[in-house]
Design a protein around this ligand. Structure first.
Ligand SMILES: Cc1cc2nc3c(=O)[nH]c(=O)nc-3n(C[C@H](O)[C@H](O)[C@H](O)COP(=O)(O)O)c2cc1C
Length: 117
């Protein structure tokens, strides 16, 4: 159950750069991601956010991270439309999208040198 998910991570203070991926739910961050942010100290850390959505975009998810994770540097996020679960297509990278999305992610990561470190 979602309510039983752990919202803290062992040795959290050792991590400097943290990728946070989330879906868009009701054009916002799901509550379990909000709980994760609220239950951990992000001061001085760098957050690299990414998002999957069902066709309406990231909504307020990236802005919420910036305002909720106090003291963190939140870098530009990457967002992509998800698969079409109702049609049995679960992956964004299906078929012709694989190369396109792979290139987009590489470009996104290169903007802050995440491919090298
Ligand atoms: C409760 C719920 C609310 C959702 N709300 C939105 C929404 O407001 N806008 C949108 O584009 N997609 C919405 N979606 C679609 C999800 O963003 C999509 O299923 C998700 O990106 C799939 O990625 P995942 O398999 O990584 O969870 C919603 C899905 C659920 C289950």
């Amino acid at each position: 159950m979602l309510s039983e998910l752990k919202t803290t991570i062992p040795d959290f203070d050792k991590y400097e750069r943290i990728f946070i991926g989330s879906p868009t739910w009701n054009m916002a961050l799901p509550q379990f991601v909000v709980s994760f942010i609220d239950n951990n100290d992000f001061n001085g850390k760098t957050i690299i956010p990414f998002n999957r959505h069902g066709g309406y975009g990231a909504g307020s998810t990236f802005r919420q991270l910036s305002t909720s994770a106090k003291g963190a540097d939140v870098l530009e996020g990457y967002t992509v439309k998800s698969g079409e679960e109702t049609n049995g297509l679960m992956l964004s990278i299906r078929n012709k999208n694989r190369e396109k999305i792979s290139n987009e992610i590489n470009t996104w990561l290169e903007t802050f040198n995440q491919l090298k470190n």
